[in-house]
Ligand binder design. Sequence first.
Ligand SMILES: C[S@@+](CC[C@H](N)C(=O)[O-])C[C@H]1O[C@@H](n2cnc3c(N)ncnc32)[C@H](O)[C@@H]1O
Length: 314
Amino acid sequence: MLARIGEFRAFHLAQLGKRARKFPWGDVLRRDVPLKVEVSTNKKSKIYHAGAAAQRIETALVETFGATISKDAALTLKLRIDDNNCQFSIDTSGEGLHKRGHKSAVGKAPMRENLAALFLRDCGFDGVEPVVDPMCGSGTFVIEAAEIALGLVPGRSRSFAFEQMASFDAAAYEALKAELTPQHIDMQGLSFFGSDRNAGAVDMATNNAERAGVAGCTRFKVQAISDLMPPEGPPGLVIVNPPYGARIGNKKLLFALYGALGKTLMERFSGWRVGIVTSEAGLAKATGLTFLPQGAPVAHGGLKIRLFKTARLR
Ligand SMILES: C[S@@+](CC[C@H](N)C(=O)[O-])C[C@H]1O[C@@H](n2cnc3c(N)ncnc32)[C@H](O)[C@@H]1O
C-alpha cells in the first residue's frame, strides 16, 4: 500500500532537486532508517530520465535531511512523475501483503494467502463449516480457513514498512493489535483438513499450521485423491488448487487427474460445495462437475487463474 506524502511540479532536473531540498521529509521519514528511492516517469513529462531523477532526490535527502540511501533498505520512497507532476509516496507494506509471516516452507506452486482468503470468501465460507483441501501443498487454504474461523487477523505475526516511519505511533499500533486479538480461542467443533500425495508437502503444511497457531483445528495427511473420503460430521466446502499446465506437469495427465478428482467428489461428497482454482476452463470442465457462473480472472504467478465453484453436490 502506497501512502502519498506530497507532490509538486518540476519541469527539469535542477528544479526537481531544488524543490526536493525544501520538502518536509522529517514529517514522515527517520534519519536513522535507510531508504531506497524508486522513480518512474512517462512521456508526458519533461523529466524523462528516471535514474537521473532518483539521483537528484537521493542527493537532496542526504545533503539536506541526513538520510542514508541503501539499495537493500526496508523502506522505499517512490516518485512518480506524471505530466510534470512529481508525486511522492512511501511503500507502507514492505514485503508483499500476502506474506503472513508463518510460512517458512512453500511447495512448487503455492497459492498466495490473500488469494486463498478471497477464494474462500467467494465460495461463501462461513467460518464454521468444515473445509477439505485434497491437494493442499503447503496448506494455504486449510490454514487460511482456520485463521478466518478463529478470528486471527492476517499480518499479526509480521512487521510492516510503516513501522519504520517517523509518523508511526507504536503505542496506538499495539493497542489496535490487542483490540483485534481474540480473547478466547475456541477450536471446539472446528475442523479443517488437508491432504496431499506428497509427504514433503504434508510436513510443510503441518509445520506452517503450527506456526500460524492453528494446529489445534487442522489435520494434514499423506493421501492420493483416489483415497479421499469426507470427514465425519456435517458437509462443508472442498476447495482445491490442483496442478495446472503451465506450472506443473503434463497436460494429458492433468485431464485425467481432474477427471478423477471430479469423480471422487461426485461419488463421495454429497451435500458438499466445491471450489476449484485453476488456470484453464478445460481442466475444470474435465471434472464433470456443474459450475455456477465464473468469477473474474485473477493474476497469479504469470497466469490468470479463476475460481470454478459448484452448488451443493447432490
Ligand atoms: C498447485 S499445488 C497446490 C498448492 C497449494 N494450494 C499451496 O498453497 O501450497 C498442487 C498439489 O497437488 C498435489 N497432487 C497432485 N496430484 C495429486 C493426487 N493425485 N493426489 C493428491 N495430491 C496430488 C501436488 O503434490 C501439489 O502439492
